[in-house]
Design a protein around this ligand. Structure first.
Ligand code: ASP
Length: 453
């Protein structure tokens, strides 16, 4: 039995939904279909989830949002029209959304989550109606009634373990099940969404809960690439990578698959196959527990920007006990999470995402570090990019770091920071944002394009 998930661009128009239908019915093992809200049809298009957020904000601010409401209804109506569906489906979607928008707005975060989640919920209803219209036994599944229970963290939910047992029962339902992605319910029965692009997470949770044999994740690219195709022309496609490699890559900017979506599938040992809705016969990329290291030490290079580093130096830091804890406590006091923490004998840097710390907060933090920790120097450096060089093979390979730093030196890129991940699956380089692209290209050249001698 397979769980199949389709992303927003795979469900953005009637034509795309037809492709999805053919993919699902071509394999009787494709039993549970997880769907996103309608995504972009072309580059400048707006995702339904973004329209819903705009609409909810308009209602929160002025008690109405007619323009946005109509734009959302129009998106669904054009899909329903293309598919020849009856008025009834559209009436349900229209009434459901209107009721939600006019619902309780006393807790804006909860209100926003409920409106956001309707994007996938209504699309699941529409798609189930289309499958039935095509004469196939199919039904919409309500995540609440199926038992998908999550933490009460609006816009950032995590699954609660009791969900898995409840979801196993889905196996016994007849026909194809259409399950909306992106949200679950808290213990009080209220909608809570995962973080953005979270339908990937729903698919993974269902794969784990139902003990599926495979989790197929359909998107709009043929494969996961070894590097961002916007930075390197026609990069190498990856046939297979491990969960750990994928996690490191997607965390640092590979947007093909949500970085939190791997864990449930990994825990149950279920392979993930990323495939293209527009090219379903291509093998795609498989994410597995172990792979043969036939690729050399490095499998992929990822990068992300918008980081800053808080550099702290203090003479004899190496002899002080509890310094790191006190430093991190200051960040914790302001609810900041840190990404990396490279350290030296007398200094330590903490890397955080820049958008988590505005100028005022930065000043407060610097002052506290200076006074409470009696640091000799505290400096914040902005506009940094993080580059991750990832590969299981690095563990057994001598000289990967040397090759990487040599490639960066040749490209004239100054390395601000370097950190060999404790997992030994990755190596992190911090560079200035302006150097990011050049650095990634130089590393790609070194590890993938260099002609072996
Ligand atoms: N529709 C949601 C988003 O745009 C979730 C998803 O597509 O996975 O973030």
């Amino acid at each position: 039995m397979k769980i199949v998930k389709f992303g927003g661009s795979s469900l953005a128009s009637g034509e795309q939904v037809e492709k999805v239908f053919h993919i699902v019915v071509s394999d009787p093992e494709r039993k549970i279909v997880v769907v996103s809200a309608p995504g972009k049809r072309y580059t400048e298009d707006i995702k339904v989830t973004d329209l819903l957020i705009e609409c909810a904000n308009a209602y929160l601010a002025h008690g109405e949002g007619k323009e946005q409401f109509e734009a959302i209804i129009k998106r669904y109506a054009s899909i329903a029209d293309d598919l020849g569906l009856s008025e009834k489906v559209m009436q349900t979607i229209h009434d459901d959304l209107l009721e939600l928008l006019n619902g309780d707005r006393s807790q804006p975060e909860k209100y926003l989550d409920a409106v956001k989640a309707s994007g996938e919920d209504n699309h699941a209803k529409l798609i189930a109606a289309y499958f039935q219209h095509q004469g196939v036994e199919a039904s919409y599944v309500n995540p609440k009634e199926a038992g998908l229970i999550v933490t009460d963290e609006p816009g950032n939910a995590r699954v609660l373990p009791e969900s898995y047992e409840a979801l196993y029962k889905l196996r016994n339902r007849p026909g194809i099940l259409i399950f909306p992605g992106f949200f679950g319910f808290n213990k009080k029965g209220e909608v809570v969404t995962f973080s953005r692009s979270g339908s990937d997470i729903t698919g993974s949770i269902l794969a784990n809960g139902t003990k599926a044999d495979l989790y197929e994740n359909f998107t709009d690219v043929d494969a996961v690439y070894s590097v961002n195709p916007m930075m390197v022309d026609r990069p190498k496609e990856l046939r297979e990578l491990t969960y750990r490699e994928m996690r490191e890559l997607s965390y640092a900017g590979f947007s093909v698959f949500h970085d939190e979506a791997l864990m449930p599938a990994f825990r149950a040992g279920i392979p993930v196959n990323i495939k293209n809705t527009n090219n379903p016969h291509k093998p795609g990329t498989r994410i597995v527990n172990e792979r043969e290291n036939t690729n050399g030490p490095v499998i992929g290079i990822a990068s992300d920007n918008g980081f800053c580093s808080i550099y702290v130096s203090k003479y004899l830091l190496n002899r002080e006990i509890g310094f790191g804890r006190k430093l991190l406590q200051i960040l914790e006091d302001y609810g900041l999470s840190f990404e990396h923490m490279p350290s030296g004998i007398d200094d330590i840097s903490v890397i955080v995402r820049q958008d988590e710390m505005d100028a005022r907060l930065e000043k407060k933090i610097v002052n506290r570090i200076k006074t409470e920790l009696q640091a000799d120097d505290v400096k914040v450096e902005h506009d940094l990019a993080i580059i991750m060089v990832v590969g299981e093979g690095m563990r057994h390979n001598v000289g990967t770091a040397a090759k990487a730093s040599f490639a960066l030196a040749r490209a004239g890129v100054n390395i601000e920071m370097i950190n060999q991940g404790s997992s030994e699956v990755s190596m992190m380089f911090g560079v200035k944002e302006v150097d990011e692209k050049r650095a990634v290209q130089a590393l790609y050249e070194e590890f993938f394009a260099a002609v072996p001698v």
